[in-house]
Design a binder for this molecule. Structure first.
Ligand SMILES: [Zn+2]
Length: 45
């Protein structure tokens, strides 16, 4: 069963509002902490 993407794909932070998403884009799978200013995923593993 797939879960709807309502949390960060990297750190798992739940999205409660658009501002929580990178670039405030609700279609962005990463949160504002995990994506850089270009909306890409940071590589901090
Ligand atoms: Zn995150």
């Amino acid at each position: 069963m797939e879960t709807k993407c309502d949390s960060c794909g990297s750190c798992g932070m739940p999205f409660e509002k658009a501002e929580d998403h990178a670039l405030r884009d609700i279609n962005n799978s990463y949160c504002c902490h995990c994506a850089d200013i270009g909306g890409g995923k940071r590589t901090f593993y």
